[in-house]
Write a protein of this length. Structure first.
Length: 223
């Protein structure tokens, strides 16, 4: 399975977003963290900024909604042209219904879980989702350290996805750096969100390439 790198612009220079996104033109996606200061204790940006990014960059938008009431707000991000829209299991009132609504708009429907959230309810309904995001830090802020205790959850998700036969992408987000990316890749994740590691580097393009290479070397083979 191909390794996918989705740099988060949360750690980019938000005043110069166009030029910042140009620095990751070798990435597979641009990760857009939408935070409402309610579901998580931070506030980022909303639909107007996401719409403008989608209009002005050729890199597909990977939207991560860390907000309350995603059942109400998520479809608008799909309608805006995002490639994927991921909402949190902990915030959704009717996650399967919402995923089906997102799919109607032609986007990948993603579901995310916090580090301590049980993923069993998601694994029981894998056919309803296109992406499973396992947070490897507590959502809300960039620059946190990778939580190694999430690795068994990543491995369990990979085994369940493989057994199901469904095309579900397994994404991890939080503390992903050149030093940490091998462990979740070995456990079975193949889509990686990296913010500070990319935008805190001297050369974001080179850092994206480095992360991809390290993940490819470590990726789980099913053996």
């Amino acid at each position: 399975m191909a390794i996918l790198i989705s740099p988060s612009i949360l750690n980019a220079d938000l005043v110069n977003l166009a030029s910042e996104i140009d620095k990751i033109d070798n990435a597979d996606f641009v990760h857009l963290d939408v935070m409402d200061n309610h579901f998580v204790p931070n506030l980022s940006f909303g639909l107007p900024v996401v719409e403008r990014i989608i209009e002005t960059t050729p890199i597909p938008a990977d939207v991560h909604l860390m907000i309350n009431n995603p059942d109400v707000w998520a479809p608008a991000y799909a309608q805006a042209g995002a490639a994927s829209v991921t909402f949190h299991l902990e915030a959704a009132q009717a996650p399967i219904r919402l995923a089906r609504e997102l799919r109607k708009h032609g986007v990948r429907a993603g579901i995310a879980v916090r580090p301590a959230t049980d993923i069993t309810p998601v694994l029981d309904h894998l056919s309803e989702f296109d992406l499973l995001l396992i947070m490897t830090v507590e959502p809300g802020f960039g620059g946190q350290s990778f939580i190694t205790s999430t690795l068994p959850k990543i491995a369990a998700a990979r085994q369940a996805i493989d057994a199901s036969g469904h095309d579900v992408w397994l994404q991890v987000d939080g503390g992903i750096t050149a030093e940490t990316i091998a462990a979740p890749a070995e456990a079975g994740a193949h889509m990686f969100v990296a913010g500070s590691a990319v935008y805190g580097s001297v050369d974001p393009t080179a850092e994206v390439a480095k992360l991809r290479s390290l993940a490819e070397k470590a990726y789980y083979t099913g053996k």
